[in-house]
Write a protein that binds this ligand. Structure first.
Ligand SMILES: Nc1ncnc2c1ncn2[C@@H]1O[C@H](COP(=O)(O)OP(=O)(O)OP(=O)(O)O)[C@@H](O)[C@H]1O
Ligand SMILES: [Mg+2]
Length: 347
């Protein structure tokens, strides 16, 4: 069923991503490493889960959200590699499982050399999925990924919604050397649905719940929610119980809760001036001059060009905004709902 709100687990429930699914399975089988990039709520975890369930070899899944700190990350990574070995049904016994190593000046506790030898000798082509990888950047996971790439036949697939941060991790930007630069990382990019695809998604999803949706309703849904699979799924979910208008309002309420949490999280890493810049953009001020004017008038905030640039760049890295044809816009129109919690404006 398309309109179940959890991340999808089976191919039957997964709309649209056939090509991406096949490519992902190919990376899982033949390596060397893959990355799934996409804004929030476009279906990265769903695609990963469906592929993970279909992949029959040794595998493990790590969600960046469960990692508490750096020590915990190394512990969890060790555990996941051992899970892959267990999955591979290898009948080796070792006394020492952990050793101290240094990767690019970072000291870590990592699996014993003998274990690494086994993985190489037995060609353990296991798969490790790391979802929400951007949360692990501060602990140096990019160096570890480079180490795995160079030393072990494992296939690691990473995914994250803060596109700029993940791109910097895999060395796809021009700024300086990155640990993973030069390695082949196969890329899958997920984008919000265009109108035609969103239309098919809504019609087919409604058929699954024995309901109908009119052309006008589809247009209203798309213009309010855009092509984000997550919001469209919530709309369909609410349509099981409510009429069109009420369901649309419920999604907006839900979006206000979810996006305000995301903005609170942004605030945790930055300060309120970042939210003010978002406020400007969400009010339709799209270039430097008009953003600066708005900040000065509305928030009594005077930013130099370099301070504004720093904020805009960071907001792009964290995928709160995108830059298109030289102007800035919110990456997701419903972020506006979350901003209402911080700034009082109408609509
Ligand atoms: N291809 C799809 N077919 C049907 N439903 C989908 C699809 N992709 C995503 N969804 C639905 O959209 C919502 C968001 O999906 P998911 O959690 O997979 O996205 P995500 O990109 O990982 O989001 P986030 O960036 O928040 O982690 C879920 O309710 C999921 O069921
Ligand atoms: Mg996800």
């Amino acid at each position: 069923m398309f309109f179940s709100p959890q991340a999808k687990e089976t191919e039957d429930d997964l709309f649209n991503y056939k090509v991406e699914l096949n490519k992902l399975l190919d990376i899982m089988r033949h390596g060397p490493m893959g990355v799934i990039l996409g804004l929030r709520r476009v279906g990265k975890t769903s695609l990963l889960k469906v592929a993970y369930n279909k992949f029959k070899g040794p595998k493990a899944w790590l969600d960046g959200l469960v990692v508490r700190d750096e020590t915990h990350m190394w512990e969890v990574l060790n555990l996941k590699i051992k899970q892959i070995l267990l999955n591979a049904s290898l009948k080796y016994k070792f006394k020492n499982l952990i050793r101290n190593i240094e990767i690019e000046h970072v000291k870590i506790k990592w699996i014993d050399e003998n274990l690494e030898d086994v993985i190489r000798k037995e060609h353990v082509k296991g798969v490790l999925i790391i979802d929400e990888i951007q949360l692990l950047k501060k602990y140096g996971i990019d160096k570890w990924l480079a180490y795995i790439y160079d030393h072990l036949p494992l296939r690691v697939i990473i995914s994250g919604s803060q596109i700029g941060i993940v791109e910097k991790m895999i060395g796809e930007t021009k700024e300086g050397m990155k640990p993973l630069k030069g390695r082949l990382i196969r890329r899958i990019e997920l984008k919000p649905l265009n109108f035609q695809k969103a239309q098919v998604f809504l019609i087919q999803g409604m058929e699954q719940i024995n309901k109908r949706i009119s052309e006008v309703e589809i247009q209203e849904v798309y213009s309010a929610l855009g092509g984000f699979m997550g919001w469209l799924t919530y709309y369909g979910y609410y349509r099981q119980f409510y009429d069109h208008e009420y369901a649309l309002n419920m999604v907006k309420k839900k979006a206000a809760d979810i996006t305000s949490d995301e903005l609170l999280n942004l605030l945790y890493y930055t300060d309120k001036t970042y939210l003010m810049v978002l406020d400007a953009i969400s009010n339709g001020y799209k270039n430097w001059k008009s953003i600066k004017n708005f900040l000065s008038i509305q928030h009594s905030l005077k930013l130099s060009d370099s301070s504004l640039k720093r904020r805009l760049d960071r907001l792009i890295d964290m995928s709160f905004i995108i830059k298109k044809h030289m102007v800035y816009q919110l990456s997701d129109p419903l972020l506006k709902q979350g901003l209402k919690y911080f700034f009082n404006f109408q609509n």
